[in-house]
Design a protein around this ligand. Structure first.
Ligand code: ADP
Ligand code: MG
Length: 464
């Protein structure tokens, strides 16, 4: 019998264009939560699915809502509720990627913190799929700018987190405004009590699928180092210089520690950024873009700030402090070693934290592998430098800039090769382009002198 975690999408009742698109996206095998939830979901069942962050939950509900969709019908047919704008943006991007197989599927994001007016205009143009936060979706329902009478699929993504944020009543209100004849899909990383209560309010005979918190897929190698409290910063730079991970997520328990560590690493010549609760949305967007596009080597974050973060191919996780909650440790380390890759987890532990290590060992059912910081030797390769640099272009979707326009300006107009250009993120008012670090400064100068879509643009290098 084949292992369900390696089953291909080909066994599912999906149309050939969708299957071909999945191949192009490199989605060759289903993840365990996809293998468990897609068969009943594609039969139209209500689903409660629980699996850890990074396990591919988005595609599980996106493929289902796309299968339920009739692109020729110009009405909102699916609604996805998410806890934050950032998660809503990530979900929108993933749905668009998965919807590429079909023409003209319109996905609209409705979140707070963005002027209503633009959203009203967008909705007037028609949408098939709406992704949004509960508060703003309720606003639009109250104004009747959003109508749900043609809805066939309701998705609650990160339901545990929406409950944490106090959205229980809002979710129930929105669900009540959806047609009774519909499919409801609930996805969550954990299963707090509130979930069953929520489901009981408006789900029909749901099938529950759960994939264990245990790590699936790739391999994780964990090492533990004893450290004195005052030596943590020095220990992090030793680890980075020794193992030279291409991208590292470093967790600290507090915001103050995050900032201190990021500053210290930066002053030692590392490319490091801090991510914590109080950043302005624009700053937060920039930090995430720079880390995800490989122009920053180390992201230092608190657990709360890193929640829901989706970054493929993290080479390493460093736990600068041990978390007192062993479940949090499992979530932290699940950021690496995904999809068959090997990930490295490096833990720094002070004497005071030994008790927390014991709890983690119990939960993981394995003993810790201890190493000494004295074993670490610099490789003599010089400072750890990220491969890319980020250019910031003033102007984004509002100016009708598309990734292809930027790529065209850099390759066709300026003669750079496709390989020298990395990820291109077009936001509402800004565009971020990763380019080979070696050409960063020159590319900025030449873009400033040239044009994108016939218009001159303002470009600068994002570097600290
Ligand atoms: P979750 O919502 O469970 O936290 P996501 O849906 O954000 O996880 O998926 C995590 C990452 O895995 C994304 O980068 C996504 O593109 C990728 N992914 C999802 N399904 C597959 C698959 N079947 N094969 C390869 N990559 C996948
Ligand atoms: Mg998710």
């Amino acid at each position: 019998m084949s292992n369900p975690s390696t089953a291909g999408f080909g066994a599912l009742p999906l149309n050939p264009a969708t299957l071909a698109n999945l191949q192009r996206l490199g989605y060759l095998a289903m993840t365990p939560i996809q293998a468990a939830s897609l068969p009943p979901a594609l039969l139209g069942k209500d689903i409660i699915a629980q699996a850890k962050t990074g396990s591919g939950k988005t595609a599980a509900f996106a493929l289902t809502l796309l299968a339920n969709l009739n692109a020729r019908r110009f009405a909102v047919q699916s609604l996805v509720l998410c806890p934050t704008r950032e998660l809503a943006d990530q979900v929108t991007t993933e749905i668009r990627r998965l919807a590429r197989a079909e023409d003209n599927i319109k996905v609209v994001t409705l979140c707070g913190g963005v002027p209503l007016r633009g959203q009203l205009a967008t909705l007037e143009h028609g949408a098939h799929i709406v992704v949004g936060t509960p508060g703003r979706v309720m606003d639009h329902l109250a104004r009747e700018s959003l109508k749900l009478d043609a809805l066939n699929t309701l998705v609650l993504d990160e339901a545990d987190r929406m409950l944490d944020m106090g959205f229980f009543d809002d979710i129930v209100t929105v669900a009540k405004q959806c047609p009774k004849e519909r499919q409801t899909l609930l996805f969550s990383a954990t299963y707090p009590e509130g979930i069953a209560k929520l489901a009981a309010q408006f789900m029909r005979d749901p099938v529950t699928v759960k994939v264990d918190a245990q790590h699936a897929g790739g391999q994780i190698e964990q090492r533990w180092y004893e450290v004195k409290d005052g030596d943590r910063v020095a220990a992090v730079s030793l680890l980075l210089n020794h193992f030279r991970p291409a991208s590292t997520l470093a967790f600290c328990n507090t915001k103050a520690q995050c900032r201190k560590l990021a500053d210290a690493l930066t002053s030692q010549g590392f490319s490091a950024l801090a991510l914590y609760g109080e950043l302005e949305q624009r700053e937060r967007d920039q930090v995430l873009v720079r880390f995800a596009n490989r122009s920053c080597s180390v992201l230092v974050a608190t657990d709360v700030a890193a929640r829901g973060l989706d970054i493929a191919n993290l080479a390493a996780v460093i736990n600068v402090d041990v978390t007192p909650d062993p479940e949090v440790h499992i979530h932290r380390i699940g950021r690496t070693g995904r999809a068959g890759e090997t990930g490295q987890v490096l833990n720094l532990v002070s004497m005071d934290e030994m008790g927390s290590v014991g709890k983690i060992e119990l939960l993981q059912g394995r003993e810790s592998e201890w190493h000494k910081l004295a074993e670490l030797t610099p490789t003599g390769k010089g400072p750890l430098v990220p491969p890319m640099a980020t250019l910031h272009i003033q102007g984004g979707r509002k100016e009708k800039i598309r990734p292809g326009d930027v790529l065209g300006a850099l390759t066709a107009d300026l003669g750079y090769t496709r390989e020298q250009i990395g990820k291109i993120d077009v936001n509402e008012f800004s565009t971020y382009v990763a380019v080979d670090r070696a050409i960063g400064g020159e590319a900025v100068k030449r873009l400033n002198e040239g044009r994108i879509k016939g218009k001159s643009v303002k470009v600068r290098l994002l570097d600290e």
